[in-house]
Design a protein. Structure first.
Lengths: 305, 358
């Protein structure tokens, strides 16, 4: 395998968790709910999946536990913002703080443990093609699942009746409610979906990307996923593009650190965060204010009778 | 089963004041449950977290020391939150204030520089925090970039800059390669209020900030303007209040106070630059601000209460081997409960089983 190939492969690995988490958040936000708890849900997904995978020595079980943990965290958020109509920004932030703390508690006994790499899927013949064989035909299952997820979400939002209902709830919950749509039920399901995706993204980080658990391992990826949704103007295809741009930036930054150009490593580590700010700025410069944002995003909903 | 929310016609001020207390008790019960699930005794934990710090004079001083940065940052954040602006990057502004102020401390290190060093450091801290806070504000007012994400991203950047300085240019050459700067000169150290005590002058700064804020919010046009901008942005616009200048002002104030907290902590408490100078004060202060209902006196009380969880967390780690993460988890649950309690005050919540109700 050439270095070029290796870099391409790591870019895919670095982009996949961002893509999965951002896709979940996109669905939640299209239903009108801003969940700033992605970072916390990812941390919980990572800690719980790793704990389960080590305890039962099963990656599959670990992945399911991660998804479940993310969904449970999301249901807590849903209870507060839908049940009690609490402030979404504050509640999401609280969920992140809570998730980072609780994941530390759950992961503590597993610090230092390691998992074996997950075997990639091999397609005889095709995987051995030069340069791009491994890239397209030698990835792990999660990578293909994340691409499938993007396609399914894109089709769901635009082509299905249920997707239309979800979008209309997000655009104007007052009108949707007047039309008889179950606003809070739709939002509840969207939030849970977002949490499950964040949990899966966390599981991917712990079981495939790093293959160990350490506190702080999410390192702002949840926030970057949130930024990706804005960057993509709430469109699934652009989330895919954005996730891969950010994945590439992260990987190239790591390679630059290894190459030691005489630039402080901290400056290179700051690249993904600065790039996020820059991307949001460029987007605003091009389109003006928050293009594509669902009309009711972040507004608490209290049904009148 | 579903929830039904009915707006309450009139909310008694007693209920409003009691809501955070109820939230605090609820989160304590949840934390107790978590500790019990971990196979530890919740009662022993309660003793270490609450009873011991409150009965030991040394801990009581420590409580004020820890509450100082929390109160300073939270009082600044209350300006933003009142105007419905989400500065969640106070941790970065805190770090940047510490960096700006410490620059002077290190530049004058070993010289005969006099009494002016400390006040100048504090001013630089305020300026550094305010400038750093103005970045997301400016991006928002000028380009319409969401302030939540930019202010948060800048936290990571500030922490990396601090890390670079502590390991690189500012490292003490005689420090056996430890990533820390020289210890500040006495002229650059914030002294304790009482000779033998631990509580330094930062506590007075926090009290001053609280008093001044109480006056600004209750008695001035600017305070009214914040409230109007937050509660009724369109009305504020018609009243001629510029949303842009409000945004810049509240971010500068909250950034400045966070920066002050940072330099106060470094010069009064830590005494040198290290790669990490905060156990997450900037994020915890968000909980403090809401627990205090964005009210200056409420924030004072909330800062003391939340500082207790830091001290309790530290001793629980030593005495009960409970990880420090428990404190963070508790603070998250506390914020969730506070926000939910706010809703419970404004709405009557009924559980309706299917078929019941309307």
């Amino acid at each position: 395998m050439t270095t070029f190939e290796a870099i391409l492969l790591t870019i895919v690995t670095a982009s996949t968790p961002l893509l999965i988490a951002a896709m979940g958040e996109l669905v939640a936000e299209r239903s009108g709910v801003l969940n700033l708890g992605v970072e916390g849900m990812m941390a919980m997904g990572a800690a719980c999946s790793f704990a389960a995978a080590v305890t039962f020595d099963s990656t599959l079980l670990g992945v399911f536990t991660g998804i479940l943990a993310g969904a449970l965290m999301a249901s807590l958020f849903a209870l507060v913002v839908l049940g009690f109509a609490a402030n979404q920004v504050g509640s999401g932030l609280a969920l992140t703080i809570f998730g980072l703390g609780l994941s530390g508690l759950i992961g503590a006994p597993f610090v230092g443990a390691r998992r074996d790499p997950v075997a990639p899927i091999e397609v005889p013949g095709l995987s051995d093609l030069p340069y791009f064989g491994r890239l397209f035909f030698g990835q792990d299952l999660f990578v293909y699942a994340s691409i499938a997820l993007t396609i399914v979400v894109a089709l769901y939002l635009v082509r299905t009746r249920s997707g239309l209902r979800l979008r209309s709830v997000g655009e104007n919950h007052g009108s949707a409610h007047a039309l008889g749509l179950p606003v809070r039920r739709i939002r509840f399901l969207a939030i849970i979906f977002g949490g499950a995706c964040a949990g899966l993204a966390g599981a991917y980080l712990a079981l495939v990307y790093t293959r160990f658990w350490s506190p702080g391992m999410i390192a702002g990826r949840g926030w970057i996923a949130l930024a990706l949704v804005v960057f993509a103007a709430w469109r699934p295809a652009w989330v895919l593009v954005g996730a891969y741009i950010f994945g590439a930036a992260t990987v190239l930054q790591l390679h630059a650190q290894a190459a030691q150009f005489g630039v402080p490593s901290q400056l290179l580590s700051a690249v993904p965060y600065l790039a996020t700010i820059l991307a949001l700025l460029l987007l605003s410069l091009r389109h003006g204010r928050a293009i594509g944002a669902p009309g009711s995003l972040g507004a608490p909903f209290v049904p009148d009778r | 089963m579903r929830f039904e929310l009915t707006p309450r016609a009139n909310v008694s001020p007693v209920a409003r004041a009691l809501a955070p207390v109820a939230a605090f008790i609820t989160s304590f019960l949840i934390a107790g449950l978590v500790i019990w699930l971990m196979g530890r005794s919740p009662i022993a934990a309660f003793e270490v977290y609450v009873t011991q710090p409150l009965t030991d004079p040394w801990s009581l001083q420590e409580l004020i020391v820890k509450a100082t940065p929390l109160a300073l940052i939270a009082i600044g954040l209350s300006y933003c939150f009142r105007a419905n602006l989400w500065n969640i990057g106070a941790e970065g502004q805190y770090v940047m204030g510490a960096i700006f102020g410490s620059w002077l401390a290190l530049a004058t290190h070993g010289t005969e520089a006099g009494f002016w060093v400390l006040p100048a450091m504090l001013c630089l801290g305020i300026i550094g925090g305010a400038l750093y806070g103005l970045i997301p504000a400016f991006l928002k007012t000028r380009f319409g970039v969401n302030e939540i994400l930019t202010s948060l991203m800048l936290v990571y950047v500030a922490q990396l800059i601090l890390d670079y300085l502590a390991r690189g240019p500012w490292r003490d050459p005689k420090g056996f390669n430890f990533p820390q700067s020289v210890t500040f000169d006495p002229a650059a150290t914030l002294p304790p209020i009482l000779e033998t005590g631990r509580v330094h002058y930062g506590a007075l700064f926090a009290l001053t900030a609280i008093l001044v804020t109480a006056i600004i919010l209750g008695r001035t046009l600017f305070g009214y303007r914040l409230k109007l901008t937050g509660d009724a942005p369109r009305a504020a616009q018609f009243a001629g209040f510029s949303a842009r200048s409000t945004t810049l002002a509240v971010f500068a104030i909250s950034g400045g106070l966070a920066g002050l907290a940072g330099i106060v902590e470094v010069s009064g408490q830590i005494g040198q630059i290290q790669p990490s100078i905060s156990p997450g004060y900037g994020f915890t202060a968000i909980t403090v601000a809401f627990l205090g209902r964005l009210n200056p006196i409420g924030i004072l009380v909330a800062a003391l209460v939340v500082a207790l969880t830091f001290i309790g967390g530290e001793s629980a780690q030593i005495l009960l081997r409970l990880p420090l993460d428990l404190t963070q988890a508790f603070q998250g649950i506390l914020l969730l409960c506070v926000l939910a309690a706010d809703a419970l005050v404004s709405y009557r919540v009924r559980f309706v089983t299917r078929g019941g109700g309307k």
